[in-house]
Design a protein around this ligand. Structure first.
Ligand code: 8YV
Length: 327
């Protein structure tokens, strides 16, 4: 009936979460962009009109224009992500709209992806895959294509939250002898099992052999990895970014890779996503790029989808969410 709450869902959800969403059609009027690719801005602005709830992704800008298009009924924005840099939180608060997100459930998968990229970079996996794919390998070589290993090296974690700690836990068995971290505040309990030291960014960059970006994108972290940061890194260092592309200045990264200021950058996130075909970072031998697969496992994406549905329902029916951002 017309009195059922209206919910806009901007994407096809992972299968179990999609089935659960469809099972809610007695309680909700569901409008869904049932596609695996992004909804257009116009379809988003049209679809949100008169809606009570929204399930969205990183790819959708949630700003005052969208809230205005939605109208006064919009009670909840439920993002299928832990990051909410795509949401204008002040505009949401002013509109009286709650924000749900999906922390915790993607911590393990994202930390796994950081390990994947760290190993790909350290063992020159991009080069090896290209040799095999192009069929130009000259056979076993004792002295070329040699990577490096983490034994007795220093690990640097930028942002020591849930994902930073899970990343450290996974990487310690590779033999690192020291862990440094940056964060807006010290996390003594989280750091204790690894004897991780809270240091400044310049100190972390000067000493770390592997630098993993595990922090949110915000005003403090946007462009944090710029020419000055790269100049401070060890020429042998590896940088891994599974957070947000905009934390790294990509022009500065390209110049730094060309100058040999760091050995390799391994990125799950870029600006834009995906990078255009033939982009210099895509072609760069010392840059490995994945298409933002940090949380992309069956288990995690279904858990994220489920949490986003639960948060949406709680918002629509004025109940407590599993995970709500304090605006
Ligand atoms: C999401 C992510 O899958 O959670 C995040 O912040 O970046 C990924 O896990 C992606 O953002 C889709 O919203």
């Amino acid at each position: 009936s017309d009195s059922k709450p209206i919910v806009l869902v901007t994407r096809q959800l992972p299968s179990q979460a999609q089935a659960r969403l469809e099972s809610l059609s007695d309680e909700l009027t569901i409008r869904q962009h049932k596609s695996t690719s992004p909804i257009s801005r116009q379809d988003l602005l049209d679809g949100i009109k008169g809606a009570d709830g929204l399930i969205c992704l990183l790819s959708e800008k949630i700003d005052s224009e969208l809230l205005e298009a939605a109208g006064p009924r919009l009670k909840v924005v439920s993002t299928v992500s832990v990051g909410y840099d795509h949401v204008d939180t002040a505009a949401l608060k002013a509109h009286g709209t709650r924000l749900g997100y999906t922390p915790d459930v993607l911590t393990d998968a994202t930390a796994d992806t950081t390990v994947l990229l760290a190993l790909m970079a350290s063992r020159l996996a991009k080069r090896s895959l290209e040799i095999v794919t192009s069929g130009t390998g000259g056979g076993f070589s004792l002295s070329t294509g040699l990577g490096t290993q983490f034994t007795k090296k220093t690990l640097g974690i930028v942002g020591f939250g849930r994902i930073g700690a899970a990343t450290t836990q996974r990487l310690m068995p590779f033999g690192f002898s020291r862990v440094l971290y940056t964060a807006s505040r010290a996390h003594p309990e989280r750091a204790q099992p690894f004897k991780a030291e809270h240091v400044s960014l310049p100190t972390l960059l000067a000493h770390s052999d592997l630098v993993c970006i595990c922090c949110p994108l915000n005003q403090q972290t946007e462009g944090m990895f710029d020419a000055k940061a790269f100049a401070a890194m060890k020429p042998s260092a590896i940088l891994v970014n599974t957070a947000r592309g905009a934390i790294v200045n990509q022009d500065d990264l390209l110049a730094a890779l060309d100058r040999g200021e760091l050995a390799h950058a391994a990125l799950d996130v870029t600006v834009p996503e995906p990078l255009p075909k033939g982009h210099p970072l895509v072609r760069h031998p010392n840059c490995t790029i994945l298409p933002h697969i940090g949380s992309a496992t069956e288990e995690t994406r279904n858990a994220m989808g489920n949490m986003a549905i639960t948060n949406m329902m709680a918002g629509v029916f004025a109940e407590q969410m599993t995970a709500e951002v304090e605006l």
